[in-house]
Design a binder for this molecule. Sequence first.
Ligand code: P6P
Length: 335
Amino acid sequence: MEKRHITLGEFIIDNQKHFKYSSGELSRLINSIRLAAKIVNHEVNKAGLVDILGEAGDTNIQGEDQQKLDVYANDVFKSALINREIVCGIASEEEDDFITIQGKENCNSNKYVVLIDPLDGSSNIDVNVSVGTIFSIYRRITPEGTPVQPEDFLQKGNEQVAAGYIVYGTSTMLVYTTGHGVNGFTLNPALGTFYLSHPDMQFPETGKIYSINEGYYAHFPQGVKDYLKYCQAEEEDRPYTSRYIGSLVSDFHRNMIKGGIYIYPTSSKAPQGKLRLLYECNPIAFLAEQANGKATDGYQRILDLKPTELHQRVPIFCGSSIMVGKSRSLYGEIP
Ligand code: P6P
């Protein structure tokens, strides 16, 4: 008799007990993300057969060419969140500014804001390499019943109530935390149901994989160069293996299972780093720490950083705690 995995829906209900004061809104929020994930997965899996590949002919606020699937995924997640009347505001990599949910008579009384990177790694879409969605959820801090304000979105990462990602890979998985560990759910596409396949995910405390774009080596700070030389040395448990997919969610997911470190540092080409604090680094850092890993900007916890702008970029070193600790020791003191 094959072991029966519980569904994501059953898991959400079982874990409602963690939120005794919640009226089930956070559960409904996670459910709306589940629905959007299935819709986007359906489109990602047939990209190439329909006119959903390629560039949308526009650029986002980052000045990056928007892919058609970027725009599609953004629309799907926005609709799912708005139609369920659960959130009072949304911020997205694909939107210049945050969105105040209008039109629903009591939308401003909703408690949560969601920040999302609807399709991370989208440059991989046309070459059939895995991509992902990353989301971060906060309770609003301005008075309920009023339109959301910037401060509702510019909260420190340690204020997140939930965070997670969907990885559209060899299988489609939804991995998330509400502050009580990290759990992974695999989609059975025949049934359209996510099943608990990776309960209580934990970073191995060390590993042998480092993920960084070594093409920028000449532009890295000396501390990063020193850590890379450490990884490549013929000593003790090294050299490590270099694995870099160019899709944060996929590199992070693999490293969480096998052990490893992902680094996107500052460089002379990217003085603040490349990844965005609010909808990439903070959710990834929340997941990393909930899985007994670590996430720093080279000096301090990502989750302790005070955001100042919606699309601000920060450097990130995240993964197995011993590996992040070693990179920190070689990175030197805060300037
Ligand atoms: P580079 C994708 O654009 C992304 O945001 C991450 O998913 C990925 O790890 C990184 O950027 C790749 O950036 O500069 O190495 O191509």
